[in-house]
Write a protein that binds this ligand. Structure first.
Ligand SMILES: CCCCCCCCCCCCC[C@H](O)CC(=O)SCCNC(=O)CCNC(=O)[C@H](O)C(C)(C)COP(=O)(O)OP(=O)(O)OC[C@H]1O[C@@H](n2cnc3c(N)ncnc32)[C@H](O)[C@@H]1OP(=O)(O)O
Length: 259
């Protein structure tokens, strides 16, 4: 039974809810529970979009520094290849995902948010990768995902300095996609996610796979991946239903089964 992370499902939306007061520090147990919740969200057909949420006060203040301080080089090196895989499981969810950021999203906390397709923050949120202030660097994918999101120059500024970024600057440089009143963060995430709750699940998964899968290759391989995924959708019920609905009823009237 998970102690700090649960998946709450309602109306086609799965919320991965972190609750480890006071700052949702991501110790090893929390990281493993995130991995399990992400796997469940991926598996369940009644989950068509996912919100990652830390509650009204804080998203997550990073990996648990008190736990990390006890670890030796040997222990950390033995797990080096797995460090980013727990939060990375969120990036592997084949459904639209959104981080609902309240308060702080720092270090591993922002690295968790980087694993989502979208980031919505309260206007009092503060985000960043302050690992350098601890004598380390981001170790849950932040050096890779942040540089791909905002460009290597801005990523270097934030990772070299470890500075916290206020919501307005985070929006301006692309760390977050939307800024709302703190009390509206979760509702804004639900508004975004609910667009997909009755969408063509197989096509949404294909779109995510094509975009994410094409990011690191050359154009030719990305186009090949896209073509493969595009063609495969012509074996789905939703493609038949979507096109038949257009012919019979005009645009935007299709009802999708997700199959
Ligand atoms: C067996 C082998 C296992 C090997 C594998 C192990 C895997 C683990 C590592 C995986 C890789 C991690 C990679 C990641 O990139 C690294 C990080 O995330 S490093 C952490 C980055 N985050 C930070 O540096 C933020 C630290 N916190 C702060 O700066 C401040 O707390 C704050 C968030 C600005 C809030 O400040 P305040 O409002 O003043 O509140 P307090 O500071 O008093 O905090 C309240 C309370 O919470 C505790 N706390 C806060 N953040 C953390 C944290 N990250 N870890 C642990 N505890 C935290 C703080 O100590 C206070 O506790 P209290 O004093 O009340 O007991």
């Amino acid at each position: 039974m998970a102690e700090f992370v649960r998946l709450e499902v309602d109306g086609g939306i799965g919320t991965i809810r972190l609750e480890r007061p006071p700052m949702n520090a991501l110790n090893m147990q929390v990281q493993e529970e995130i991995r399990a919740a992400a796997a469940e969200a991926s598996r369940r057909d009644d989950v068509r979009a996912v919100i990652v949420y830390g509650g009204q006060k804080v998203f997550a203040a990073g990996a648990d520094i008190k736990e990390m301080a006890t670890l030796s080089y040997a222990e950390m090196a033995a797990r080096a290849q797995q460090l980013s895989s727990a939060v990375g499981a969120v990036a592997e969810i084949p459904k639209p995902t959104v981080a609902a950021i309240t308060g702080y999203a720092l270090g591993g906390g922002f690295e968790l948010a980087l694993c989502c397709d979208r980031r919505i923050a309260g206007d009092n949120a503060k985000v960043g990768q302050p690992e350098i202030l601890l004598g380390i660097i981001p170790g849950m994918g932040g050096t890779q995902r942040l540089a791909r999101l905002i460009g290597p120059s801005k990523a270097k500024d934030l990772i070299y300095t470890g500075r916290f970024v206020a919501a307005d600057e985070a929006l301006a440089i692309g760390m977050v996609d939307e800024v709302v009143a703190p009390d509206d963060v979760y509702e804004a995430a639900k508004r975004w996610a609910s667009q997909f709750a009755e969408g063509p699940a197989r096509a949404l998964a294909a779109a995510k796979a094509a975009i994410d899968g094409g990011l690191d290759g050359d154009l030719a391989s990305g186009l090949k991946l896209e073509s493969h995924l595009f063609a495969a959708l012509f074996a789905t019920d939703d493609q038949a239903a979507g096109m038949q609905s257009f012919i019979e009823n005009g645009p935007g009237k299709a009802k999708f089964s997700g199959k």
